[in-house]
Design a protein around this ligand. Structure first.
Ligand SMILES: Cc1cc2nc3c(=O)[nH]c(=O)nc-3n(C[C@H](O)[C@H](O)[C@H](O)COP(=O)(O)OP(=O)(O)OC[C@H]3O[C@@H](n4cnc5c(N)ncnc54)[C@H](O)[C@@H]3O)c2cc1C
Length: 167
């Protein structure tokens, strides 16, 4: 396990309360925890594996990576350690060895449950729209003559969880 990872188990008397629950402590989740923290959100990282790092930590920690920005070469282990260290100032909660199995609404929040009985309550202003409640899909604008291709419309569903603290 990365030495900096403050592994925390969920309290037994109630859910872990955070702004954002992240399933997966691979590179994506770890960077997500950093960025969410940077934006003022508290986070919990839930991962079925016993250590953070996803595929990198579990499958190729010793491999040299050459395609990481600003790093001519570093090992998978170093990459994971850096990601954990980068997120650490924002004190993400780590629930490792826990597989996320359920997600249920709890008023304006969501409760994520794991196979070992841990629960994470994530603050959310609004969930993803239920079927039939979202706006009609947006169409891509017509291509501009001679110019670069027009960007695709965003596929992000409206109303994804936002914290009041996000501003
Ligand atoms: C052998 C190999 C070599 C590679 N080499 C390179 C390389 O040189 N350069 C490069 O850029 N990429 C490389 N990749 C690809 C790179 O590893 C992936 O793109 C990267 O790991 C994706 O990160 P991620 O966080 O999105 O997903 P993952 O690393 O897959 O992490 C996802 C995490 O989510 C957890 N998870 C999923 N579902 C649940 C659930 N329900 N509950 C709890 N936890 C859950 C998993 O346990 C896992 O830890 C390589 C991949 C392999 C297999």
């Amino acid at each position: 396990m990365a030495p900096e990872a403050p592994v925390t188990s969920a309290p037994e008397d109630g859910p872990t309360d955070v702004d954002l629950a992240i399933v997966g402590a691979g590179p994506t989740g770890l960077y997500g925890a950093y960025y969410a923290g940077f934006r003022g959100l508290s986070t919990a990282l839930v991962d079925a594996l016993p250590e953070p790092g996803g595929q990198v930590a579990s499958m190729y920690p010793e491999k040299l990576l050459y395609d990481i920005a600003a790093h001519p070469a570093l090992t998978g282990r170093e990459l994971v350690d850096n990601l954990v260290r980068q997120a650490a100032p924002f004190e993400p909660r780590y629930l490792l060895g826990e597989t996320a199995t359920t997600l249920v609404a709890d008023g304006p929040r969501w409760i994520l449950g794991t196979d070992r009985g841990a629960r994470v309550r994530a603050r959310a202003r609004r969930g993803a729209p239920r079927r039939g409640q979202g706006p009609p899909p947006r169409r891509a604008p017509p291509p501009r003559a001679g110019g670069p291709p027009a960007p695709e419309p965003s596929s992000s569903p409206p109303g994804w969880a936002r914290s009041p603290r996000a501003g």
